[in-house]
Design a protein around this ligand. Structure first.
Ligand SMILES: *Cc1c(COP(=O)(O)O)cnc(C)c1O
Length: 380
């Protein structure tokens, strides 16, 4: 089935970028205009594309998704030695950003269906460990403040974000959505990343669209947006020629060259999502009646089908599939090793992570690129 979708004579990659739109002319524009770096019209234009598409009021472009998350956590009020609740089933970038701000991750279990943070697990953990004081949540056993929660929409499958936000609101916990994988995924009529106080996106080379490297902070809060821009642009006080900076900021602004790619990619996004949904439909049909579960979004939500995923019946089935496909030049991948099993995070609190551990042994990603045979549909 995979060789029917993708050219069988070549190695089938998990996810390859597609540059079939205006990428070349927009890049040439940047070079011709001399604006290649972090000041330029394309950065602003790309931010406007993302704001318009997601429905977020503000979008601030960054050098990558990890940098976006680093700054978003600070803006959400996370301070050194605070605790932040997140998933053990996520890509390392989520937890790296937590380390940069000196926060202690607390790993709460995911739902088996969405592969994302589970509201029941979150409620259970909070009722066992947290108490409210002055409108803020504190961990009874460690004495630390629980300042934020970072749910992640795994592979672009929307998690139960409204429930997560409601629980966090009731506990004075800020929600920062890691929407790095979910551009084009919707919870009802709202784009993923527009539920929490802030959210971050990634445009790394393997994501649904790419700027080479890049990220974005989105929010509806004007004050936070202004601070995001300030912190990511070396905290420079606007002035025609003087260099004055009023705090320790970051050089995290996305360069114009990368944004030029992003503008072209945004023009392709709707068509790419349409084609990716067709690829997903082929997988769904293929796995029907096989005993292998094809991961689907919940009713009422829409996935971007960034990476298609299946859940095998056992770890040995998983290993056999990984072995068989990779030895035949078809790239398949197991899901990430749980964060709670990595040396830097193995001492962190967690809730037992029953579902996370079960999924860790069984989930496999399948090749999910837009097939070359469909490229003609991307040309205007
Ligand atoms: C890709 C990704 C990020 C950000 O990655 P960058 O490579 O820094 O852009 C963050 N979280 C998750 C879950 C991701 O998949």
């Amino acid at each position: 089935m995979v060789s029917g979708l993708y050219a069988p004579e070549r190695k089938v990659l998990l996810h390859r970028p597609v540059f079939e739109g205006n990428e070349r002319p927009y890049l040439v524009d940047c070079i011709d205009s001399n604006f290649v770096s972090s000041v330029g019209a394309k950065v602003v234009e790309f931010e406007q594309h993302i704001a318009a598409y997601t429905g977020a009021k503000f979008a601030i472009a960054t050098v990558n998704g990890t940098a976006a998350l680093h700054v978003a956590l600070q803006l959400a009020g996370v301070q050194r030695d605070d605790e932040v609740i997140t998933q053990a089933l996520t890509f390392i970038a989520t937890c790296n950003a937590l380390s940069y701000v000196g926060a202690h991750p607390v790993f709460v279990d995911v739902d088996l269906d969405t592969l994302g943070l589970g509201p029941e697990a979150l409620s259970r953990w909070l009722s066992e460990h947290a108490e409210l004081r002055d409108g803020q949540a504190w961990n009874r056993s460690t004495g630390r403040r629980i300042s934020a929660c970072v749910p992640m929409h795994t592979f672009g499958v929307p998690l139960r974000i409204e429930e997560i936000c409601a629980i966090c609101d009731a506990h004075g916990i800020a929600v920062v959505e890691d929407a790095a994988e979910s551009l084009g995924s919707w919870g009802g009529d709202r784009h993923t990343g527009t539920f929490g106080r802030l959210a971050t996106l990634s445009f790394n080379g393997n994501k649904v669209i790419t700027t080479g490297g890049g990220g974005m902070i989105i929010t509806d809060d004007e004050a936070l947006a202004r601070r995001a821009k300030h912190l990511t642009t070396t905290a420079k006080v606007p002035h025609p020629y003087e260099f004055v900076h009023d705090e320790a900021g970051y050089n995290y602004r996305m360069p114009n060259l990368n944004a030029a790619l992003g503008c072209a990619q945004m023009e392709l996004l709707p068509k790419m999502l349409e084609i990716k949904a067709e690829v997903a439909a082929s997988y769904r049909e293929f796995f029907t009646g096989t005993g292998v579960r094809f991961v689907e979004p919940l009713p009422g939500t829409t996935a971007n089908w960034w990476l298609n995923a299946i859940v095998l019946e056992s770890e040995s089935d998983r290993d056999a599939l990984l072995e068989y496909t990779n030895s035949r030049d078809v790239m398949t991948r197991p899901i990430w090793r749980l964060m709670s099993r990595l040396p830097m995070f193995e001492h962190c609190q967690h809730d037992g992570l029953k579902n996370s551990r079960w999924l860790e042994a069984r989930v496999v990603n399948l090749p999910s690129s837009v097939p070359e045979s469909e490229f003609h549909r991307l040309k205007q």
